[in-house]
Each structure stands twice: as structure tokens, then as C-alpha cells.
Design a protein around this ligand. Structure first.
Ligand code: PLP
Length: 419
């Protein structure tokens, strides 16, 4: 990264004048904290006892046998507390904010996974937490909203624009512009104005560092690392310790959605639909409409449908160090089923995109080589999306019965709950 927060022509800090100082303060505090043994020791304890690190590297033996190519290994990031890699960044930024003397955290969330991780980290560290979430997302992601509230966070429903993630980010930025004296804005992916891309990558690189050690311990000959790419935090963290080296190949899987047409996917690096843009405070590749507005995207996985991509990934994609591929909804579902059946693990829908890309690559690769896929999250959270696909009739019957039961008022009084 250059001094100005650029990765080749991407990145930077395109914000209102009022946010320049807080971003500079954050950059300085982050620079000091990453060198401070006290901060690092505290983070290490949280990683071990709260997040549950290190996460295992599983040899997917049955999957490997069935595919008949390279040995497939799964980095089990989904075993981290709250079910995905997002907690790595949430805990570290919350700890940094506390060190800076902030008492309040704000965050944006789309599907709710980052909001959940942030709410949990704030509860643990004794910080007030406010999560901005588009009204549309609040409505369709109720289980995550309920969990955030249980952790003591306040979820603010955003009614501007398309009432989704991009509007939630705008609202969080607006809040921060008037609250930064006592508030930290905890961005959930490796994007946004500098120093966020650099900082989020640093905090997520624990995934790659552990993987590197686990590979060395087992003496694996690795052909490629494969990760899914939404904003890009799990991918850049996983790849980070390997980027400066010639190998292994680094492969990012984007959401191919339902097709290659405009609005049918969230492919920013391969197709032809994306262009350079400056949105949400940084310069990168974005899916935009003909008149320059942020485009609607489509994917079965809520974590991969952001219209932009982190600036470092955009730069490394153009330089060729990271290769990009895309995986459609149907292929991701197929991979999810495959790993569940062969290995007894359920990938998050996002991670299943990486799983599908890893299977395709393993098939074409020699048996003495290894393909390592990052399972960025586990799939429990997706039950409301996968069940209607895999078991539509049974699921409808179940939901109908649940609703009827609630309307009859059964069990609501348990534990002295609502009256
Ligand atoms: C949020 C999320 C993603 C996408 O975010 P990145 O910043 O691209 O990593 C991927 N997988 C899971 C499980 C997620 O929750």
C-alpha cells in the first residue's frame, strides 16, 4: 500500500472534509496498536477464548476420494464464534476503539452477519452498539435482528433509497460525521476509505497466518487457495501471507447469480458490467447502471451481493496475482449439498461458492497437490433460504403450523416472557 492508501489506482480516501481528521486519527491509532505488545496480547486472548481460534484445517477425505483429483482441505472459519470470519475483524476493531477512548460503536449490515459479530464483540467489551440496516433487510433477516438485540445492540431501520446495505452504509457515515468524538465506525469488509481496507485485511490475516502454519505442519504441496469474494475481507485475509510469493495460485469466487446478464449477478472482476467508480469513500470496480447509479445485484447469498469490491483485491485481480472466477446459485447449492453429504459440514451459501470453485479445480489437478478452500462461514444461518429450495412443501407446512401455534398463544408465556 502506498502512503495515501492506494493499491495501484484503487483505494484512497474520498470523504467529506469533516471525516478527514477522524480517519487520520484512526490510521495513527491503528499504526500504534499493531506494534503494541499489550494490545496484541489482549487481542490474542480474545481470539483464543472468545472467538475460538485457531480454527481447524480439515482434510476433506471423502470429498477428495469422490472427486478423484487434488486433495481438498477446508479451513473451518465457520467454527468461529457467531458462525463466520466477521468476528475476527469486529473484535479487533472494537478493541482498538476502546483503546482510542471511544464508548460507542456504529456498524452497517446487509444480511446481518456483520451486525451480529459487532453486537457480540461490543457486548463482550462493554461498548454501546448501534447497527444501521436497510428496512428491506430488517424485514427479511429477522433471526439476525433478534440476535443483535439479544446482545444489547440497537438496530436502526434505514428507510432511504433502496432500503438495503448501500443505504445503511450512507446512514452510518452520516452518523459518524457528527459523532466521531466518542464513536467508532466499525466497517465490516476490506473496503471504504483508508485506513479501513488495510486495517480490515490486517485483522483478517489471522486466517491466512494460521493456514500457512497448518500447511507447513502437514507438509502439503498446495496448488491453490480458494475463497469467496463479497467485499473481500475473508479472501484478502486468507490470501494475505501468500500474496508476495509466487505460489500457490489464489482464486476468488464471485457470485454468478442466475446468469450473465445485467442485474443477474454480482460479478465485478470477470464480466464486462463493472467499471471504475468512487462510492462509499473509495475507488474500485463497481457495478453501476448506465447513468452511474449503483446497480441492483443478484445472488442467493446475501453476503456476496455488494456491488463493489475491496480496492486491494481489485488491484491484485488486475495484476493477475489473484484469479477470479464466478459461481452461479445452482452450483453453490450443489457444492453445499456435496460437502454436507460427504464431510458432515454445512457451508454458508457464500462459502459454498468457494467450495464449488475448489471442486472444479481439484478435478483438474494432480492427486499429490492440495486445494485449500476457506469455509468463511457455516450454513446454519441460511436455513430460511436453503429449506424453501431443498424442501419447499415441508417448509411451508412447518411455517404455517408455527404461525398457527403462535397465534393460539401457546408457549409465549414460558419463562415469564411477553404477556
Ligand atoms: C459476509 C460474509 C462473506 C462476504 O464478505 P467478505 O468481506 O467478502 O468476506 C462471506 N462469507 C460469509 C460467511 C459472510 O458472512
Amino acid at each position: 500500500m502506498s502512503d495515501k492508501g492506494y493499491f495501484d489506482r484503487f483505494g484512497g480516501r474520498y470523504v467529506a472534509e469533516v471525516l478527514r481528521q477522524p480517519l487520520e486519527d484512526l490510521e495513527r491509532a491503528f499504526g500504534e496498536a499493531r506494534e503494541d505488545p499489550g494490545f496484541l496480547a489482549e487481542l490474542e486472548v480474545l481470539r483464543r477464548d472468545f472467538i475460538g481460534r485457531p480454527t481447524p484445517l480439515l482434510f476433506a477425505e471423502n470429498a477428495t476420494r469422490e472427486i478423484g483429483g487434488a486433495r481438498i482441505y477446508v479451513k473451518m472459519e465457520g467454527l468461529a464464534h457467531t458462525g463466520a470470519h466477521k468476528i475476527n475483524n469486529a473484535v479487533a476493531q472494537a478493541l482498538l476503539a476502546k483503546r482510542m477512548g471511544k464508548r460507542r460503536i456504529i456498524a452497517e449490515t446487509g444480511a446481518g452477519q456483520h451486525g451480529l459479530a459487532t453486537a457480540s464483540a461490543c457486548a463482550r467489551l462493554g461498548l454501546e452498539c448501534v447497527v444501521y440496516m436497510g428496512e428491506v433487510d430488517v424485514r427479511r433477516q429477522q433471526p439476525n435482528v433478534a440476535a443483535m438485540e439479544l446482545y444489547g445492540a440497537r438496530v436502526v431501520s434505514v428507510t432511504a433509497g433502496s432500503r438495503t446495505l448501500k443505504d445503511a452504509i450512507n446512514e452510518a457515515m452520516r452518523d459518524w460525521a457528527s459523532s466521531f468524538a466518542d464513536t467508532h465506525y466499525l466497517i465490516g469488509s476490506a473496503l471504504g476509505p483508508a485506513p479501513f481496507p488495510d486495517m480490515v485485511r490486517t485483522f483478517q490475516s489471522v486466517i491466512g497466518s494460521e493456514t500457512r502454519e497448518q500447511i507447513a505442519e502437514r507438509g502439503l504441496s498446495v496448488e491453490a487457495l480458494v475463497a469467496c469474494v463479497g467485499g473481500g475481507s475473508n479472501a484478502i485475509g486468507f490470501f494475505s501471507p501468500f500474496i508476495a510469493e509466487k505460489g500457490p495460485r489464489l482464486i476468488g469466487a464471485e457470485a454468478g447469480g442466475v446468469g450473465s446478464g445485467r442485474g443477474e449477478n454480482a460479478v465485478r472482476m470477470t464480466g464486462t458490467a463493472a467499471s471504475d467508480g468512487i462510492i462509499h469513500g473509495y475507488k474500485s470496480r463497481f457495478l453501476v447502471t448506465e447513468d452511474g447509479q449503483v446497480a441492483e445485484t443478484r445472488s442467493i447469498s446475501a453476503g456476496l451481493d455488494y456491488p463493489g469490491i475491496g480496492p486491494e483485491l481489485a488491484a491484485l485481480g488486475e495484476s493477475g496475482r489473484i484469479e477470479f472466477t464466478s459461481v452461479r446459485d445452482g452450483e453453490a447449492l450443489e457444492a453445499l449439498r456435496f460437502f454436507a453429504r460427504t464431510e458432515g459440514i454445512i457451508f454458508a451459501l457464500e462459502s459454498a461458492h468457494a467450495g464449488a470453485a475448489a471442486i472444479a479445480l481439484a478435478r483438474k489437478t494432480q492427486r499429490d497437490r492440495a486445494v485449500v478452500v476457506n469455509m468463511s462461514g457455516r450454513g446454519d444461518k441460511d436455513i430460511f433460504i436453503t429449506s424453501p429450495v431443498f424442501r419447499p412443501q415441508e417448509w411451508k407446512t412447518f411455517l404455517r403450523a408455527e404461525l398457527e401455534r403462535l397465534e393460539r398463544g401457546e408457549e409465549i408465556h414460558a419463562f415469564g416472557g411477553r404477556s
